[in-house]
Each structure stands twice: as structure tokens, then as C-alpha cells.
Design a protein around this ligand. Structure first.
Ligand code: PLP
Length: 400
């Protein structure tokens, strides 16, 4: 069998991006300015929200969205409900923003938070629910929003992996108070490193612009300082420089112009990227069906469209091989794999201090031991996929 390399992620730098980058570098105006704002406006338009606030990572997007709630009475150590299974960034961001994560187990067939277990974890200190649309599969947003409404909680979508997903005809990214996307290389739209929050709430957007720049009072949607004019009439309005009034505890989480140039290139070719990824995703899913006695994937409900972010694979109970044997076999043969994350509270040592014990989240832990995912990105071809399927077949002949 010929051995093609099957990478997990890819980066597409378009000609438009290269030209833009040259122009930006020639002017020397590289910190967040007009290109970041153009990217924000176009991303907001794509998702269908009034506002989008570009940041330096998807983790910052989660953390800053949560930190907004301090302006509305939240206290440090208040609680945020999150699924037990996610990339560690979700739990890290809750802690980084000064809140306490309260974990809820997932459903194995969706990989997402089990809505029927949320209410039992709500306390006087709960401020928000942050579902994750893991592997681009929408979380059960109607049920989550219903619970949030009943207990007067905010909802933040961790949509890091779900650019382009649909839930009951609506775009993921429009279904909570705010939505946090990652723009890291592996994602459908990328700025290399980066993140972005979408929201329809202009007050939240203004606070987010302050939070990403150290909490400063300077938070206009359009800043004249970082475009051509060097003069801002509002700057000394209060006798002291508004850029050095810090209204809240902030972060340093801005996107720069070069990153925005990469993102603008992606937006220019988004329909093609999406089409290619979707084709790959559907082709693997079709071919993979025959492995069902041993290996399964997750499937959208009739009212959902999954984002073609990656292809998740889960071992059925009782196979004669382990996930790590399968991973070793695939990696040895040129297929890049990623685990399907871990139960953050019980399988990630960093969260040990929260006091959970192994066995508390059996479904998340099952995926932590038995899940993996591979790429479906625009540089993967039908030949790559045929090769991958043939490899799995060969592996099953040898190991099962
Ligand atoms: C579910 C989830 N949340 C948050 C993040 C964090 O994003 P970033 O790596 O851009 O910080 C990721 C990363 O891909 C993710 O998968």
C-alpha cells in the first residue's frame, strides 16, 4: 500500500492574504486596526450576529466571554456549568476568568453535555452554562436555553469546533448570549492563532473590547488611533488619558493585523473550503459505516448540520484492541490522529485540586479512553481517505 501522509490540520494562505500582509508590513501598522475590524464585521455577517470581537485565541474567547459577567454582579468563584468532556481549554478558561467550573457528564452518542443532568448541578452560585459543540456537533441548545431561562443564567456557546454548524435551521454562534470560536490552524476558518466572540448584545461587545485590552476605558468600536489619524478627541476628555484608565480586570488578548489578513483570505474562499471539508466528512462517514461492530462515529440529529471540523472515532465496548493500539498503527502508517479529549475533572491532572474522582463522569471517561479524531480538511483528498479506510480494514483483520 502506498503511504500518503495524512495530516490533522492545514493552513491555507491565499494570494489575497500575501498581498495584504505585504501592504500591512510596508505601512508598519500591524497592531489591531482596520483589517481586524473588517474581519470582525465579515465574521459577524457570516454567523448572523450584530457584533464580533476578534481575540488572540479561542481560549481567550471562552475566558473573556465569562469575564463580562463581572460587570453584571458575578463574583469571583461563582460557578459555570461545563461538560466534563472537552479540550482542556474549556475548563482552563473558566478558571482563568476567575470562576469555578462545575462539570456535567456527556452523552456518549452526542459527545455533548447531557441536558438531563444540568439542573442537579445548579446552585445559588451558578452564573452561566457553557455547552461545547464538540466535533462540530451542536449541543441540545433548546433544552439548555430553557434551563438557563428557568434559573436566570447566561449561556455561552463554546463553538470553537463548530463554525458553520446549524441547529434547527439557525447558525451555531447565534444561540446563546455570546459564542466563542477558535481560529486556530485546524479550524474551518483560521487566523493561524486566534479566536472570536459573536454576540447580538452591543453592551457585551463594548465590555469585550475593553477586556481584550487590559480592561481599559478605551473601547470604541472604531479606533482612530490605529488607523491613519493619530488624534483621538475622546482621549483626554476626562483630563487624564482614557487609555490609562482601567475599568475592570482585563486580559491582553488582541488580534493583530497580520492574523486578520489570514482570516480575510479564508473568508474569501470559505465556500470552497466548506464544500471540500463537507465532501470529505460525508465520504469518510459513508465508508466508515462498515466498521460499526467495532468502531463508530457520531451522527447529527435530523434537525442538525454538523460542522465538517474533524472525524471522530469511538471504539465500541468489547473490542479486542485498545484505542492506543489503533492510534499507534495509524500513526506508524502516516495518519495524524488526536485523542477525543479527556474527562477534564478526572483524567486531566491539572484539575485534580477540584476534588473529583475517577468514575464520577463515566461517559466522558469512556471517550477519554476510547476516542480519537482525524482531519477532514481541504488538503485531504479522496485518495487519503481510501488509504485510511484500507488501513483500518487491515488493522481490524490483524487485531480483532
Ligand atoms: C472545544 C474547544 N474549546 C476551546 C478551544 C481553544 O481554542 P484555542 O486553541 O484557539 O485557544 C479549542 C481548541 O481547539 C476547543 O477545541
Amino acid at each position: 500500500m502506498k503511504k500518503p501522509r495524512y495530516p490533522f490540520g492545514t493552513i491555507t494562505i491565499t494570494e489575497k492574504t500575501k498581498k495584504l500582509m505585504k501592504r500591512i508590513l510596508d505601512t508598519g501598522m500591524v497592531s489591531g486596526g482596520k483589517h481586524v475590524r473588517e474581519f470582525e464585521n465579515r465574521f459577524a455577517e457570516l454567523i448572523g450576529t450584530k457584533e464580533a470581537i476578534a481575540l488572540s485565541s479561542g481560549t481567550d474567547a471562552d475566558a473573556l466571554a465569562l469575564a463580562v459577567f463581572y460587570d453584571f454582579g458575578a463574583q469571583r468563584n461563582d460557578e459555570i456549568i461545563v461538560p466534563a468532556l472537552s479540550f482542556a481549554a474549556t475548563g482552563n478558561a473558566v478558571l482563568q476568568s476567575g470562576f469555578k467550573p462545575v462539570f456535567v457528564d456527556i452523552e456518549r452518542k452526542t459527545l455533548n453535555v447531557d441536558p438531563s443532568r444540568i439542573e442537579e448541578r445548579i446552585t445559588e452560585k451558578t452564573r452561566a452554562i457553557m455547552p461545547v459543540h464538540l466535533m462540530g456537533k451542536p449541543a441540545e441548545m433548546d433544552e439548555i436555553n430553557k434551563i438557563a431561562k428557568k434559573y436566570n443564567l447566561y449561556v455561552i456557546e463554546d463553538a470553537a469546533e463548530a463554525q458553520s454548524a446549524l441547529y434547527k435551521g439557525k447558525n451555531i454562534g447565534t444561540l446563546g448570549d455570546m459564542s466563542a470560536f477558535s481560529l486556530y490552524i485546524a479550524h474551518i476558518i483560521s487566523t493561524i492563532e486566534g479566536g472570536i466572540i459573536t454576540t447580538n448584545n452591543s453592551e457585551f461587545a463594548e465590555i469585550l473590547r475593553s477586556l481584550r485590552a487590559h480592561g481599559r476605558a478605551c473601547k470604541c468600536k472604531t479606533c482612530v488611533l490605529n488607523v491613519n489619524s493619530r488624534y483621538c478627541s475622546k482621549r483626554f476628555k476626562y483630563n487624564t488619558d482614557v487609555r490609562f484608565i482601567f475599568e475592570r480586570i482585563g486580559f491582553s488578548a488582541k488580534m493583530n493585523e497580520l492574523e486578520a489578513a489570514v482570516g480575510l483570505g479564508y473568508l474569501g474562499i470559505y465556500p470552497e473550503i466548506f464544500k471540500k471539508r463537507k465532501q470529505n466528512f460525508l465520504y469518510i462517514r459513508e465508508k466508515f459505516r462498515k466498521f460499526t461492530p467495532y468502531l463508530v462515529t457520531i451522527n447529527p440529529k435530523p434537525y442538525e448540520e454538523m460542522a465538517p471540523y474533524a472525524f471522530p472515532i469511538i471504539l465500541q465496548e468489547g473490542t479486542k484492541f485498545t484505542r492506543d493500539e489503533l492510534v499507534a498503527y495509524l500513526e506508524k502508517n502516516g495518519i495524524d490522529t488526536r485523542s477525543l479529549f479527556l474527562s477534564m475533572p478526572t483524567q486531566c491532572p491539572g484539575f485534580k485540586f477540584l476534588g473529583y474522582k475517577l468514575g464520577d463522569f463515566p461517559e466522558a471517561e469512556y471517550i477519554g479512553n476510547n476516542g480519537l479524531h482525524i482531519g477532514v480538511h481541504q488538503d485531504i483528498t479522496k485518495e487519503h481517505i481510501d488509504y485510511f479506510i484500507a488501513l483500518v480494514e487491515k488493522f481490524l483483520e490483524e487485531y480483532q
